[in-house]
Write a protein that binds this ligand. Sequence first.
Ligand code: FES
Length: 87
Amino acid sequence: MRGEKICVTKTQKGLFAFGDKCPHNGASLSKGFCTKENEIVCPLHRYSFDLESGKATTGGAFAIKTYPIEARENGVFVGIKAKWWEA
Ligand code: FES
């Protein structure tokens, strides 16, 4: 996952981590906004994605990549799968 940008946001439902690149046309989701329905809305064409499942809630059969995230005493940790050749 080297070089992949990950967005982290906090909503009323907790912390969420997801890939920055919109699956529709590659816009930066970090420039979007969150809704009360726990979605991230893409700034380019306004497709929205559920922060828990990653599935599009508007705009078609797209999905964003989601990552496990956890707040601990010593920081916030995002789970990223290591590739076998990077281990
Ligand atoms: S690039 Fe995100 S909805 Fe089109």
